[in-house]
Design a protein around this ligand. Structure first.
Ligand code: M6P
Ligand code: ZN
Length: 195
């Protein structure tokens, strides 16, 4: 007999982004994504003194099926690897033609997106910003402020995460601190990794 499901609430703490129940928690340290940062000397230096926590994601448990809606909060901590701000890994969706919405609750960020043909776009993330990520665009969130960047995301149940292309080639752009202000610059490693 099929299990009868019931509608359910999750409590989102609007101050710190934590969900109760916390669902499936994903924790990423620098060692989980060390090749994604430009300054490898800075990576080694940071890893010598520990392994900084870069971000945490709280995922409400929802079946990975069409018709469902995945939803989660992400907390990207403030910090830099050299001049590059802490950021998420970034991904395309496995079912690439699926969109996503980010509602920022706290902090300041830049949402970096990239189409399959290499075109890029950025949007500012700030409390109250509702960012629409188009189908077929990869997306990465970068904390450019002094406090945690907290945002709530909703996307189709069967979208899935495809990290392969980004792990291999990165994004065409990167976000660096210049006199403490974020600047979006070309990623010098992107072109040479292109096949
Ligand atoms: C957002 C959503 C999640 C994603 C998370 C972290 O909350 O897009 O699906 O997992 O950011 O990003 P990533 O998976 O690229 O590390
Ligand atoms: Zn996504």
């Amino acid at each position: 007999m099929a299990i009868l499901r019931q509608p359910f609430n999750t409590h989102l703490n609007l101050g710190n982004g934590v969900l109760v129940p916390e669902g499936v928690k994903v924790v990423r340290h620098l060692s989980d994504m060390k090749d994604m940062y430009q300054d490898q000397d800075a990576v080694q230096h940071l890893l010598k003194d520990g392994d900084p926590l870069i971000y945490v994601v709280y995922n409400v448990e929802v079946p990975e099926e069409a018709g469902e809606l995945q939803h989660c909060t992400s907390i990207v901590y403030p910090g830099r690897v050299g001049n590059e701000f802490f950021m998420t890994k970034g991904h395309f969706h496995s079912r690439a033609g699926t969109a996503e919405i980010y509602l920022t609750l706290r902090g300041r960020g830049i949402l970096l997106m990239q189409a399959q043909d290499g075109r890029t776009a950025t949007l500012d993330m700030f409390p109250g910003s509702v960012s629409y990520i188009l189908p077929y665009w990869a997306h990465r969130s970068i904390n450019v402020g002094p406090e945690p960047l907290v945002f709530f995301a909703v996307y189709p149940g069967d979208a899935g995460h495809n990290y392969g292309v980004i792990e291999e080639k990165g994004f065409a752009k990167m976000v660096l601190a210049q006199d403490d202000a974020p600047v979006v610059v070309d990623n010098p490693r992107y072109a040479c990794r292109r096949t």
